[in-house]
Design a protein around this ligand. Structure first.
Ligand code: G3P
Ligand code: MG
Length: 359
């Protein structure tokens, strides 16, 4: 019988499940199911999925957490991803069918979920929402409480000469919301998810920031600067292609290079997403009830990207496990941020963490 490290001395070597239950749950009849002393935060791309396909170890790992372990313990977990592009509810439905385990929105955080914590500053402010397909992210933004959310396709529909190199497809035309952008002064630009048309989006971001769209000669020198918010800093991420792909962070670098060439300086911005403290703090608050009082020191972040998953977890005081199924390539030397442990895949990571807490 696995004897949790901190129980053995108290009860000698012969302990019963009842004694463990009493220890984990405190006095009382001891029949209550033992509560977990550890919890997991899983990254998605490169840990549970490669593109749309579940990694073989993912189902094994989730089954161990679902009670398929020596203590028969259900171990709480959350999913913390820099991905996005659809609503939390829709993504959880998809993940549940891909992973074969029910994923509930209250255990799921994606790159733009944290915007729920700042939407109160922008409820009636016109904002430009970037990324994803068509107007999907306008609807996500409205779901968060943004009442005046527009897309770059809306702007192009208003005046096609803004970017003569893209004609709206029928599908895009069906998603636009007509508006007169000569009368709309944007207060902020939110890059929710990876833009599909970098050139169009870069052009319109530069125009909005410089007051070419929405501003006028009279108002531009008194106008409040436009806030610029990015939700995912990843330069690269692991999809189902053999080599990592450019992420939203690469788009930010490209945008800033163009903006600097046009204006002589880069534009100040707010960054959310792993490894930012804002996202890890938001995760801790959002998921407190799921984690059932598990201390940070027993919260294990399992990720494939040292720059985002490991760096963020280390700063947050969580444990961090780097797996070799994604962005991090063993052959390129030590990781840029030192994890608590490295593991071949997510199942090996889960087994190792259980041993730390129960052996
Ligand atoms: O676009 C998503 C990508 O940047 C990384 O996603 O799940 O590995 O944090 P994830
Ligand atoms: Mg990843």
């Amino acid at each position: 019988m696995l004897i949790p490290r901190h129980i053995g001395p108290k009860y000698g070597n012969r302990v019963t499940v009842k004694q463990i239950a009493r220890y984990l749950n405190g006095p009382g009849n001891g029949t209550a199911k033992p509560r977990s002393r550890l919890a997991f935060a899983f990254d998605i791309d490169g840990v549970l999925l490669r593109g749309k396909n579940p990694l073989p170890a993912a189902k094994e790992a989730l089954s161990i957490l679902d009670g398929n372990n020596k203590l028969g313990l259900k171990i709480p977990f959350i999913l913390l991803t820099n991905g996005g592009g659809v609503s939390e509810e829709e993504r959880c439905r998809k993940l549940s069918s891909q992973l074969g385990v029910q994923i509930h929105p209250d255990q799921f955080i994606q790159s733009h979920t944290v915007l729920k914590s700042i939407v109160h500053n922008y409820v009636d402010v016109p904002v430009l929402v970037l990324g994803g397909q068509g107007d999907t992210l306008r609807r996500v933004a409205e779901g968060y409480g943004f009442r005046k959310a527009y897309t770059t396709l809306d702007v192009l529909n208003w005046n096609p000469s803004i970017w003569p190199f893209h004609n709206l497809t029928q599908e895009e035309r069906a998603s636009v919301r007509p508006a007169d952008f000569s009368k709309i002064q944007f207060g902020a630009i939110f890059v929710f998810h990876d833009p599909r048309n970098w050139a169009l989006d870069t052009q319109i971001m530069c125009d909005v920031i410089q007051g070419i769209i929405g501003g006028s000669h009279e108002t531009n020198h008194t106008r409040k600067p436009v806030d610029l918010v990015f939700c995912n800093p990843d330069l690269i991420w692991q999809s189902d292609f053999e080599a990592p792909r450019m992420g939203q962070g690469a788009f930010r670098v490209a945008f800033q290079a163009v903006f600097q060439s046009l204006t002589g300086s880069t534009y100040p911005y707010i960054q959310f997403g792993k490894p930012t403290e804002a996202t890890y703090n938001f995760a801790e608050i959002m998921l407190k009830h799921r984690l059932q009082g598990v201390p940070k020191s027993s919260l294990y972040m399992v990720g494939d990207n040292p720059e985002s998953d490991i760096a963020g977890a280390n700063t947050a005081g969580w444990k961090s496990i780097l797996v070799h199924t994604g962005v991090y390539d063993l052959h390129r030397g030590p990781p840029s941020h030192q994890p608590t442990h490295q593991a071949e895949d997510v199942a090996e990571a889960v087994r190792w963490a259980l041993e730390q807490e129960f052996c």
